[in-house]
Design a protein around this ligand. Structure first.
Ligand SMILES: [Zn+2]
Length: 198
């Protein structure tokens, strides 16, 4: 297990009900993110590594989350740090199982209010409740496959409506098309043990 210290910044932690697990220290501003969106908080830690194929856990079905407890908040925080922190890995989303935790938790780089791809959102127990009939081809990579730069063509619904809970347990609904819509489908597939290379 690698413990890597990163600077937490530009992350909408107002969605989190707790900042437990964060240890106070300097925060670096993220370039290109407006002052009002910079996270004015503390430094967090990323303790988990991205799980890669052929790890069998990537083909397991992730379990529904009954309580948004300390573990869920900790994994959510790490996902936000990976996506939105200074490390800012080049991907649009992550599923908890990719950090070795087979629970139904995803993060997607999308904020329906700000229309800012740099703002990741967390969804607990996400479900597709409605989808377009039309399917389109999407070219996608995955951090769990090699370095994430192998591109696969997959069929996706053009538009999806996804329902779940935010980290405070409040119901959230996202209706998205195009890239964020594909990202939701990609991450929910991870929760069902499906990979783009299958
Ligand atoms: Zn993936």
């Amino acid at each position: 297990m690698i413990i890597k210290q990163v600077y937490l910044s530009g992350i909408p932690l107002e969605r989190a009900s707790s900042t437990a697990g964060l240890s106070g220290a300097t925060v670096m501003p993220v370039p290109g993110v407006s002052q009002s969106k910079q996270y004015k908080g503390t430094v967090g830690k990323i303790m988990r590594e991205i799980v890669k194929v052929p790890a069998p856990i990537l083909h397991t079905i992730s379990q529904p989350i009954k309580d948004i407890d300390e573990l869920v908040r900790e994994v959510a925080e790490e996902m936000l740090l990976l996506l939105g922190g200074v490390s800012r890995i080049p991907c649009l989303g992550l599923a908890a199982v990719q950090l070795g935790e087979p629970i139904r938790l995803i993060a997607v780089m999308w904020n329906m209010y700000s229309r800012d791809y740099r703002t990741p959102v967390i969804i607990v127990n996400p479900e597709i409740i409605k989808c377009s009939e039309k399917m389109v081809e999407s070219r996608e990579g995955c951090l769990s496959i090699g370095k994430g730069d192998s591109i696969y063509t997959v069929k996706r619904y053009k538009q999806v409506k996804v329902k779940g809970l935010d980290i405070s347990g409040k119901t959230v609904v996202y209706k998205e098309r195009g890239l964020p819509g594909y990202a939701f489908q990609h991450e929910i597939d991870h929760l069902d043990g499906k990979l783009i290379c299958d």
